[in-house]
Design a binder for this molecule. Sequence first.
Ligand code: KG4
Length: 333
Amino acid sequence: MKILAFESTCDETAVAVVEDGRHILTDQIFSQAQLHAVYGGVVPEIASRCHVESISLLAQRAIEAAGITRAEIDAVAVSYAPGLIGAVLVGVNFAKATALSLGVPLIPVHHIRGHIAANYLAYPELEPPFLCLAISGGNTMLVDVRGYTDMRILGQTRDDAAGECFDKSARVLGLPYPGGAPIDRLAKEGRDDAYELPRPFVGENPYDMSFSGLKTAVINLVHHAEQTGTELDRAGLAASLCRAVSESLVPRTMAAAKELGYSRIAVAGGVAANSRIREDFRAAAEAEGKELFIPPLRLCGDNAAMIGCQGYYEYLAGHTAGTDLNAYASMEL
Ligand code: KG4
């Protein structure tokens, strides 16, 4: 079954063709990051307009690169929530028109379910159940993946996502948007004990997280250094931040795996590209005898292959949509 998949929830326009859920025939991504970099973050209006400009060409290119004809497309999948509403609407509307014109089923896919599914593309042997930490620019959640379409959130951030914390910290450090990767690189030159940063515990659910206090602590440190004329150890701050984020995520995930009796742990989303988090997960998994799944960098960030993959399993579960499908800024997993 060949699925043409669309992703446009933030600042990546992406179109992929995925066969039988697990085999990527093509994965076309156009990142708008450079357009938004001058503003230090994603400008929703610009993102929507840019999706409108690029989605048709990208779809044509995907069909060509996959080496298939339009008649060979069996279904259309689209990321319909959560995300920047104007941006999501572009993908949803284009996907609806495509499905209608081809006369094939339309499959709505939750963006975070897509991120989790990136692991199926990277690891052909992986099947639910397993535990997954989904960490991206807009979401941070610990998920009990009981089945391909049966998931339960164990805990999530009460405020900012981990990616937001990286992006805003990078901005005050004068690093380009999106700031996660530049912070990651800078951190390699610094000591992770240069600054003491908070690792908050929130409320009664041990698996809930919080990153706004950490973000504020970094911003305050930078402003304080500027105001007092003291030299800031930028690399040390970046390394301390990576450590603090990792120490908020890895032990919680390991504790949840232990409590639920899971031997398989997956990590997903753009922030899963972070070297410190990857290293800490590897070490923790080895120490506790758990099997670890983290997609390669290309599949961590937003892409449409993951939407095509999850779309396949949604289709098998009978989750298709009519022509009245809408886009949603937020949605339960
Ligand atoms: O999953 P993604 O591409 O988009 C969303 O669905 O949100 O994640 C983007 C986020 C951004 O916040 C970006 O700064 C972060 O992933 N990111 C990283 C790294 N690479 C990307 N954060 C930390 N370390 C990295 N190496």
